[in-house]
Structures are given as C-alpha cells and as structure tokens.
Design a protein around this ligand. Structure first.
Ligand code: GCW
Length: 688
C-alpha cells in the first residue's frame, strides 16, 4: 500500500444491488495478451476487481466455456469471440482512442465486451467500464460507443528538473526524480493510470521554462540542473524507461525544449533558426530522440517570453523559429507545440498574442501547433476568451487551460475550474458564422486541448483533496466537451467519496458554486482581474491580494475603474469578429461580468439594475466571503460521513480559505474606497 491517495481510482465495494450482476459478468476476464497496453489492462483488473467485487478476478487466455458469463477485452483482430459478437465495421470506424462496450450473448453465456480498433482504446474502454461499476451503473445491457472529441489531449507538467520543484504547483515537489532515472517509482505508473483513466493521451514531462535566466557568461558553469539539459544524450537514454511507463497507458511523451538548445546542448555559437548548422543540429537531435523513443510525441517551446530565448534574439519571427524545429521532427511524424504566450511592446498585454500570431496564419509548417491560453491575460479567475480562437483557420491551434490553481487559491481554496472551462467552450466565436463555439474548434489531427498540471509528491497529489476534481474534470471535459458539468462532477464525487447521497449533493454543490465565489472575493467581479501579489519578497506568489502593484490590469484611478480595451482604447475588443466585437465595444451591450475588462467607467456608473459600479464591487466582495462561509458550513455537515482524514484536511483548508477570502475582501474594498471616496451603502467598509 502506498501512503498517497488513490484519488478517483479507489474501487470501493460496489453497491449490494448490483454486486451479483457485476460478479456474473466481470469476475472472469478474457483479455488479449499482445501489447504493453493490454498488460496494463490486466493489471488494472487485478487492482479493481477485488475492491469492487470483493473477489479476485480470474484472468483467462481463451474464452472460458463454463463461467456462465465473462468480460472480454480485445480488438476484433485479437479475439475471434469479439469479432463474432460485435459489428466489426463499426469498431473499425472509430477514431484512435474510441471504443465500444456491449453486453452480448455468446455461446449461451452473457458477456461484457470491451473493444476498440487500437490498444489505447482498450485502455479507455476498460477504465470506462470500471467507472460505471464504481458509480453503480448497470452493466447487464451495455451499448456504449465513445470517441474522444479532440485528437490531442495533453498534460503540460510545469515540473522543473531542478530541486524537483513544480512551477505553480501546490501539491508538493515534483513526482519525477530525474536524477535517479533510469530508476522508476511506482508513483509514475499510478500517475499514468490517473491520466489514462480520464483519456489523456500525451504528457509533456517538463516545464516550459527550461532555463532560469540570467544565463552564465561563456566559460562559467550553470549552478544547477536545468530543464534544457533533458536533451543531452545521457538524459535521453535514462528517460526511456519512464516513457515506457506512460506508453503502457496509451500516453505519448513530449519534452519542453529551449529555443537555444543548439547552443546550450550542442555548443554552437548561435541558435539562429535560419542558420544551416543550427537546422542540422535540430535534425540530428530529433533523429537521436526518435532512435531511442520511436513514438515520441514532439517538443513544446516557450519562446520570447519571460526570459526564455526565441527567434527575436536573431531578428526572426515565430514562423522562422517554429518551422526550423518542426522540420527536424517532421520525418518522424513529430509535432512542435509552440506557445502564443509572448510579451511585446504593447502597454496592454491583452492585444499581444493576436497581434503577433494572427498575421502569421498559413505560414506555419503542417506539424506546428500554436498553443494559446484560454484568455488573453494569464489564467485569471475570469477572462474573456482569446481572440485567436477561430482567427487562424490555416494554422493548427491548441487551447491551453490551467488545471493548477495559480490564480484561484492554489492548494488552499476549493475552486473548481470545470464551470469556467464550460464557459470558455460554449463561447460563440462566430468564426464560421453564428454557432461556432470554442469547443467546435481544435478538431484537426494536429490540434487539441492542453492542461497545465497540478500534481506533486503530496499524499493528496494536488495539495487539496477536493482539487483532484480539476484534474479529473479536465480529462473528462476534453474527452467530450458536451458532457455537462453536473454529470462530470457527479461521476467524480461518487468515485471519490462513494454513493452516500448527502455527500454527493453537498460536495457537488460546493464544487459547482466555488468558482463564482472566488471571482467575487478575489476581484469584485465585473471583469476586474490580476490584483495578486507579484513582488519578489513572496516569490511572485500570485496568492495574496496586492491591488496597488499592477494598476494597468484593472485601471483603478480616482475617477473610475476598468481598462478601455475598445477601439478608442487598447484595441483588444475589435480583434473579435462581429457581432462579438460590437457587443464588447459598447458599454450598453457589454456583458456585466466583463464590463470593466473592456471599459473604464466612473465609479458611479449605473449598472442595469440601478446599482453603481462601486457599490456592486463592494456587494460582490461581501457576497463572495459569505458564499465561502456557506460552502464551508456545507462541508461541515459531512462530519462522520466522510473519512476523518479527508474530512479534517478539507475542513482546515476551508477555515484558511475563509480567512484569506476576508483578507481579499477587506484589501480590495479599502483599495476601491480609497480611490473612489464613496462609502459602501451598507456601511460594511470601515474608514481607515
Ligand atoms: O502565468 C505565468 C506564470 C508563470 C508561467 C507563465 C507561462 C511557466 O506565472 O509561472 O511560467 O505564465 O505560462 O509561461
């Protein structure tokens, strides 16, 4: 037994009403044998069946003739029994990762069949079946057909191979012990299981920040191991075992690489993407990587951003930079993910990504994916969606969400991101006329959705038991963005906490309402953002309130609040297509939840219900704290219903969250009051 938590893969005993049928159909399992993925499937049954059914599984290498019923897992090519009992063309038509689950009659026995055209699909199908049993759904009449919506469902680890830290990770140190590779830890496999169980099919193992600037001058050594070193030959060789762990679960491995690798790793004196030697260096390096890891996914690059080198260092643009590296990956079918999170000369950072990338549409190589954060700023509690979505029809795009809670209370606050992701997915970009929601994009073979990871060495994995839900929900919504928040949440709660309806209801409600509460106490709402501490003293923690630090983000002055991002201001609103651009451009039609993101307004500007802006901000700040208190009290009703360890852990964090929410409320309320000079009508903001 490990000390760390099993998260949603607990496999607690199934509901008594269902137990007979589950045992009859799933205790005997006939599983194809040929691949590493299928050995992972068998291992998962050995873990799950004893817990769920209270009996060890019987694993067969041929269809058992006398069991009375059994579970069969394999492709139609692997197993004649499968080919005989499901429509083979239907299976063959499924995309990679897709699977069918059917309950069938076979030679007088009733059987559950899990089948797919690929072994990866069998892994997903198996986890799907185990999920059904974990939440207590019937399996005696199954007819399930599933396919992932997006071809690429990637996790970006921001694990820095440097003192094992995780940038913006709140679940402890990195689980990856690079210094000890090729030695493996059981935890790698358990992590791969968690990811595969929700359909993730790629993992970028290291942080996009592959270098800690400043770089030492020539002749001086780096004083610590840095991410770019993972491209060194010895490191790559040591990594192959770790890659195999993920491969067994259908997950391809990727690396973040430094744009200046030809210099750092290769010893060249330039990284100019148009230099022949540089291009040759990338080609040889890619050949070496693929010799060791034939199914390697590709590279991810953060260039010209926050101190990382990039093509601008050589007066080249992002197309030159990306295409040079992509050319090296291309012969191996490798893909280059190139981030759009760049800075530039603009006073308003919101306009930057679109200004930089939209003009380059159509120029990127076919195996480049431009990876864009969900909003134009930086994973704030609420942002409008990025203007790049739907704006680069000739370019493969990826959408980047943050699973970890950098700006939403980190490892302490319970802030569930799924409702935010749903808002992003449902947003109509009008890219292809009305009815082009964000979720309808990213459907090409080279496109997909990426999540910035949240796990670490902590027993809870994510630093907070309830925040395991964000990792779960990310995988499930990216598998199928049409699945509702309620459904995904309900599945997670039942697998994680069991079937007690009082627990299911309370935890679901806590999660559902947590995001709006966070927006209220951390921003006051109305589209304000980025008032988090960013100074050196607390390591740019992005956790504590510090509204005075970056007034450019919220535009607070004595005469008003908000940032003018219309055509008369920074010009962000017109980057959208009409009618979205028109809607944001005008104060009258701009949705209130984003009003101050797009407009600088007087403190006494009246909102649609007659409340003034300043009063609404006060009201929201107070409402946010009250809401967190209500959610904490709801959790407290679960004492005795949830195991002591998790009950206490979450209770303590809730107490801290309430205290911190009050700190946010008071800091912001005073800050607004100091600038507006207008007291709260309810008298809740004391003069200082
Ligand atoms: O939000 C900022 C974070 C950085 C991060 C960067 C990025 C990995 O504060 O920690 O660096 O975004 O996304 O590149």
């Amino acid at each position: 037994m490990n000390d760390y938590d099993d998260c949603w893969l607990r496999y607690d005993r199934a509901d008594a009403d269902r137990l007979d049928s589950y045992r009859r159909l799933c205790r005997h399992a006939y599983v194809a044998e040929k691949s590493p993925e299928l050995s992972a499937v068998r291992d998962e049954l050995r873990r799950a069946i004893p817990g769920l059914l209270g009996e060890d599984p019987h694993l067969w290498q041929h269809p058992p003739s006398t069991a009375g019923g059994f579970l069969a897992i394999g492709t139609p090519d692997d197993m004649r029994m499968v080919a005989d009992s499901v429509p083979v063309d239907e299976v063959e038509r499924l995309t990679d990762g897709g699977f069918l689950l059917r309950t069938v009659e076979w030679e007088g026995q009733r059987c559950v069949v899990v089948t797919a055209p690929t072994d990866r699909g069998l892994v997903y199908g198996t986890f799907h079946l185990l999920r059904l049993m974990s939440v207590g759904d019937p399996v005696d009449d199954l007819d399930v057909r599933e396919e992932p919506t997006y071809a690429n469902r990637l996790l970006n680890q921001w694990d820095t191979p440097f003192h094992r830290s995780v940038e913006r990770g709140y679940g402890g140190e990195s689980i990856f012990d690079w210094e000890r590779l090729p030695d493996l830890r059981e935890r790698y496999e358990d992590y791969a299981r968690l990811l595969a169980s929700v359909g993730i099919n790629g993992v970028v193992l290291n942080n996009v920040n592959t270098e800690k600037p400043p770089r030492p001058s020539a002749g001086e050594a780096f004083d610590a191991f840095e991410g770019w070193q993972l491209l060194e030959s010895g490191r790559l060789e040591a990594m192959t075992g770790l890659v195999s762990v993920f491969r067994r679960y259908g997950i391809r491995t990727y690396l973040s690489v430094n744009f200046a690798s030809p210099m750092l790793v290769g010893g060249l004196d330039t990284a100019d993407p148009l230099d022949d030697e540089v291009r040759e260096w990338w080609r040889e390096k890619a050949d070496e990587v693929y010799d060791l890891i034939p199914d390697f996914g590709g590279f991810l690059v953060k260039a010209d951003s926050e101190g990382q080198p990039g093509p601008y260092d050589y007066d080249r643009d992002h197309v030159d930079g990306a295409n040079a590296i992509a050319a090296a990956l291309d012969p191996h079918n490798g893909r280059l993910w190139w981030r759009a999170f760049v800075y530039g000369s603009h006073e308003d950072r919101a306009v930057q990504a679109y200004d930089t990338f939209e003009p380059l549409d159509g120029e990127f190589a076919d195996n480049v994916t431009v990876q864009v954060k969900n909003g134009p700023i930086d994973f704030q509690p609420r942002e409008p969606v990025s203007t790049l979505f739907g704006a680069m029809p000739e370019t493969d795009l990826g959408l980047e969400f943050q699973i970890t809670g950098e700006y939403t209370g980190q490892g302490v606050h319970a802030t569930y991101h799924l409702p935010m992701w749903e808002e992003v997915f449902e947003f109509d970009t009008h890219a292809d006329g009305q009815g082009t929601p964000v979720k309808s994009l990213f459907r090409g073979d080279g496109e997909g959705v990426v999540g910035v990871g949240s796990v670490g060495e902590d027993d809870t994995w994510t630093g907070h038991y309830l925040m395991q839900s964000n990792l779960y929900a990310f995988g499930r919504t990216v598998w199928d963005p049409d699945r509702s928040v309620e459904e995904i949440t309900d599945e997670w709660v039942r697998q994680t906490f069991g079937a007690d309806e009082a627990v299911v209801d309370a935890v679901s409600e806590i999660l559902r309402d947590s995001w709006e509460a966070c927006i209220d106490y951390e921003t006051g709402g109305l589209g304000l953002m980025h008032m988090m501490y960013n100074g050196e003293a607390l390591l740019e923690n992005h956790y504590d309130p510090s509204p005075g630090e970056w007034p450019g983000y919220h535009g607070v002055t004595e005469d008003g609040v908000g940032v003018d991002r219309t055509s008369g201001g920074s010009g962000y609103a017109p980057q959208y297509r009409d009618p979205v651009a028109e809607r944001y451009e005008s104060v009258e039609t701009c949705p209130e939840e984003l009003l101050l993101f797009f407009h600088h307004l007087p403190w006494e500007h009246e909102l649609s219900d007659g409340t003034t802006v300043v009063q609404r901000l006060y009201d929201n700040l107070f409402a946010g704290v009250e809401e967190v208190e209500r959610l904490r009290d709801l959790w407290r009703t679960l004492e005795g219903r949830v195991d002591e360890k998790r009950y206490r852990h979450v209770s303590e964090r809730f107490d801290e969250q309430v205290a911190q929410a009050k700190r946010w409320r008071d800091t912001l309320a005073h800050y607004f009051y100091d600038h507006a000079g207008i007291p709260d009508e309810a008298g809740r903001v004391p003069n200082r």
